[in-house]
Design a protein around this ligand. Structure first.
Ligand code: SAM
Ligand code: SF4
Length: 326
């Protein structure tokens, strides 16, 4: 198993397939200085498979494909099909725009659960946040996934000025449909103009939901990053990913692989270790993986203060979220 110096076992790998995206979410893609990776620097389909295989031999049993927008990869179907041969639970995080195109392949590959990002239920506000006109396609994707019996989680990054007034509309979605809404606290990454004042915390969201609904706290599964709740009598659930106000590092089981083949042992790690370069040079990559895991820091890449309100985002050494792979 891939164990770090704090005894945390890692069995979950998130693989970014690209740093490109068809949306421009305000909190994710930097407005300036965004340099996309040249194709030659991206892991190719067979390289993704080879690297993933090595991780799986070390106990990884869940792989999430992400990005940028993973469905933009021209060879997405091939990558998916190859990875589906591995003994892992294979999942995807997508903005939903191209879901319809790949629905048959996702079913064929045995994908059961999909995280789909949607930050507003109002087409005009959706356009403001994503800088693109994609609301109808994304909304339709949710419907298609539910009809095809996927477990659908909706990722909503909550920000005071973007969508705070829509929280109750989002939780309402979970009443009549088997949808699992997940509110994510706004996190700082390179170029995303993070401000503490824009963060809406776990506690604030719960207080707001309680003004309208009676809710129950559900039991959270092991390694779960989201704190799960249910409105009484609802078909679905809602949850909060409280990375900023109540981080969950003690129980972390995640590793990340960037689209250019670097292992990041934490979403906030400054350090990255090149696996693809070593693989292309014919070197063993397992020792490099093990060393990177061992060096994982106890909490948030060792780059955050105890209280998130004291965070100075300019001091954090990291990439933009779009180039890490969320
Ligand atoms: N394009 C896909 C999507 O939007 O779902 C996958 C990649 S995206 C980087 C993965 C997730 O990270 C999305 O749910 C997105 O909302 C979230 N995310 C991006 N930037 C974030 C930030 N600054 N704080 C919190 N979540 C963020
Ligand atoms: Fe693209 Fe997803 Fe980032 Fe939005 S959150 S810009 S859809 S990668």
């Amino acid at each position: 198993m891939l164990v770090d110096s704090f005894g945390r076992k890692h069995d979950y790998l998130r693989i970014s397939l690209t740093d490109q995206c068809n949306f421009r979410c305000l909190y994710c893609m930097p407005k300036e200085n965004m340099e996309f990776l040249p194709n030659a620097n991206l892991m190719q389909a067979d390289e993704i498979f080879k690297i993933a295989q090595i991780f799986v031999e070390q106990g990884i049993n869940k792989i999430r494909l992400t990005g940028g927008e993973p469905l933009l990869r021209k060879d997405f179907a091939q990558i998916l099909q190859q990875l589906s041969k591995l003994p892992v639970s294979l999942t995807l995080t997508s903005n939903g725009y191209l879901i319809e195109k790949y629905l048959p392949q996702l079913i064929e590959a045995g994908v059961k659960s999909i995280n789909l990002s949607i930050d507003s239920l109002k087409p005009q506000n959706f356009k403001h946040i994503t800088q693109r006109n994609g609301f109808d396609k994304v909304w339709n994707a949710i419907d298609l996934l539910l009809k095809a019996k996927f477990h659908v989680k909706l990722n909503v990054v909550v920000m005071k000025d973007n969508n705070l007034p829509e929280i109750l509309d989002f939780v309402k979605l979970s009443i009549h449909q088997k949808l699992h809404v997940r509110f994510i606290e706004f996190m700082p990454f390179t170029g995303n103009a993070w401000e503490q004042a824009q963060v809406v915390t776990h506690a604030e969201i719960i207080d707001l939901v309680r003004t309208k609904y009676t809710i129950t706290k559900l039991v959270d599964e092991k390694h779960e990053t989201a704190k799960k709740y249910q409105i009484t009598g609802a078909k679905g659930t809602f949850a909060i990913i409280s990375t900023m106000s109540e981080p969950f590092c003690e129980d972390c089981n995640r590793l990340r692989l960037t689209a250019d083949g670097k292992i990041k042992n934490c979403l906030f790690s400054a350090e990255e270790t090149h696996l693809l370069k070593n693989l292309r040079e014919g070197k063993q990559i397992l020792p490099v993986i093990k060393q990177s895991v061992w060096q994982k820091k106890a909490r948030m890449g060792d780059q955050f203060p105890e209280n998130y309100k004291d965070t100075v985002s300019a001091k954090i050494e990291n990439r933009s979220m779009i180039s890490i792979g969320g």
